[in-house]
Design a protein around this ligand. Sequence first.
Ligand code: DHB
Length: 386
Amino acid sequence: MRTEVAIVGGGPAGLLLAHLLHQAGVATVVLEQRSREAVEHTIRAGVLEQGTVDLLGATGLGERLSRDGVVHHGIELRFGGRGHRIPLSELTGGRAITLYPQHEVLRDLISARLVAGGPLLFGARVTHLDNSPGRLPRLRYEQQGIETTLNCDFVVGCDGFHSIVRSAIPQRREFQTTYPFAWYGILQEGPPLAPELIYTHHARGFALASTRTPSLQRLYLQCPPDTQSEDWSDAHIRHELGLRLATADGAPITCCGKIIQKDVVAMRSFVCETMRHGRLLLAGDAAHIVPPTGAKGMNLALNDIRLLAPALVSAVRHGDDQLLQQYPADSLVRIWRAQRFSGWMTRLLHQMEDADPYQQRLQQTELERLVSSRAAALALAEEYVG
Ligand code: DHB
């Protein structure tokens, strides 16, 4: 088999790339290891930056998003038992975030791909990637026990943190750090706890109240990094949510709906700066991971594609690889900015196990400054809306 661009990974990055390349008349094959069912139903983040909404809209993917996405103009920071609103839109000249779950973005992308009729292979596992110098790349994949060889002009790894494409790049420049905690996430039936997201700093650990639909809520609690989803009972989760989200004025917290899903979200920061190696390219989680605080992951992945798609079109159609050469440097500006922001938000809001009393006072001071200085709030808002 032969194609122009082989895309490994059918997540948001891989599928948006396939969509944009198709619109420009470039042939692609998308190989996704998981089943369509698993891709469309795995619960991930749900916050889209303004730029991401604009990008999806401009490429014809905005219909359900503009109908079902919920625009939020602020967030709440809660600490010391008090809530403080950060008015995102007021601070940023009208920019906002949109709550629209990642698996809905994926459903939109998958239907666009099916309408376009381009190959999107589920349950397809790459078994070998041959990138010998002086020849075009070639990969082998296995689907339902059958091995197929795919020859192509370019291979793009959109295959997540455990990327097989990244592992085929020798001598990579990589940076990473880990955090001594994770997030315990739940999906709970019932109405939103509040009209906007609540990010809470509490002595027992961070908590975040987010939302998915008017009748389904997404909540997270800081937990030890080795926690398994079975470890916490519903009663324990409710108890922790009640304590961490409590306010001094006693506004009631409605945390009693049925819990229908529990999962643990790992925290790490990672950047592979070698996002291009000849005809191999990386995008999204294959090249960079941020801790979830601030919800930058999918936004960053889609931004990579915004830059990579025209670069690949120019290389495939006109044999001009100047944009491709520039792609890592162009992408890394935004990637490092999001690394800084996500790491800062994480350290700002979590209980840092190794923090001494001096560092705890600094953390407190930073929180108070954010809610008392317009300049500090603006700096947060600007990065948060993207
Ligand atoms: C969600 C996730 C985040 O990491 C965040 O900062 C806000 C919301 C979410 O899953 O809804």
